[in-house]
Design a protein around this ligand. Structure first.
Ligand code: ATP
Length: 202
């Protein structure tokens, strides 16, 4: 089965942009944040646990996740963030492992903003951190999401491990600052991960 590679980076670092380059090379990508949302809306086991912890109001009458209600719960009591994470993260971990074993590729990528913070790096063989200066990241996010203000972006940054710390923990670093070329950096990592696998398989 494929080698499991994590790709992470703070908000606006460019991890989705980098993942798209890997995707063009044929590497399957698991977008953990999107998949978490999908599982909360569709995984019966997880739905049941969310209802048990937060009440039937967690879902609307037509069975959709009541995001507004849950957002208020989390906003009013930070402990609820811990609870919801403890429900969602194991579900995503299991779903990811299941997905990964069915992929025919030397390696696959799990893209997530929080890999070190959630402990999910432990199920991965290697980690890539996409790194860029904080000011540049904020300006890129503001250009991408004009409805967000700097205060909201900073609130997200406060919940993320600092970039320098992630660089220390990562096996590969992709530098996405001003005037950095992404494609050569991706190709180098792609080569390393592909050839390592060939060696393992003889
Ligand atoms: P988030 O955590 O918010 O999902 P992300 O890490 O996935 O962010 P991207 O969405 O890939 O980051 O990049 C943030 C924004 O910056 C996007 O609009 C993207 O097009 C732009 N961007 C990323 N890298 C570069 C680059 N090297 N040059 C110019 N723009 C870039």
């Amino acid at each position: 089965s494929p080698k499991l590679i994590g790709i992470t980076g703070g908000i606006g670092s460019g991890k989705t942009t980098v993942s798209k380059i890997f995707s063009i090379l044929g590497i399957p990508i698991y977008y953990a944040d999107d998949r978490a949302k999908w599982l909360m809306a569709n995984n019966l086991d997880l739905i049941q646990k969310i209802k048990e912890n937060f009440g039937e109001e967690s879902y609307t009458e037509n069975g959709e996740l009541n995001r507004k209600y849950l957002a208020e719960k989390v906003f009013s009591d930070p402990e609820n963030t811990t609870i919801i994470n403890a429900l969602v993260h194991p579900a995503v971990g299991a779903d990811f492992e299941n997905w990964a074993t069915s992929q025919n590729s030397p390696y696959i990528l799990k893209e997530a903003a929080l890999l070190f913070e959630t402990g999910s790096y432990k199920q991965l063989d290697k980690i890539i951190n996409v790194s860029a200066p904080l000011k540049l990241r904020i300006s890129r996010v503001m250009a991408r999401d004009p409805q967000r203000d700097e205060k909201q972006i900073n609130a997200i940054i406060d919940k993320q491990m600092p970039d320098e710390e992630k660089n220390k923990k990562a096996d590969f670093i992709i530098k996405n600052g001003e005037n950095k070329l992404l494609i050569p950096q991706v190709l180098k990592i792609h080569q390393a991960l592909s050839s390592q696998n060939q060696n393992l398989n003889g």
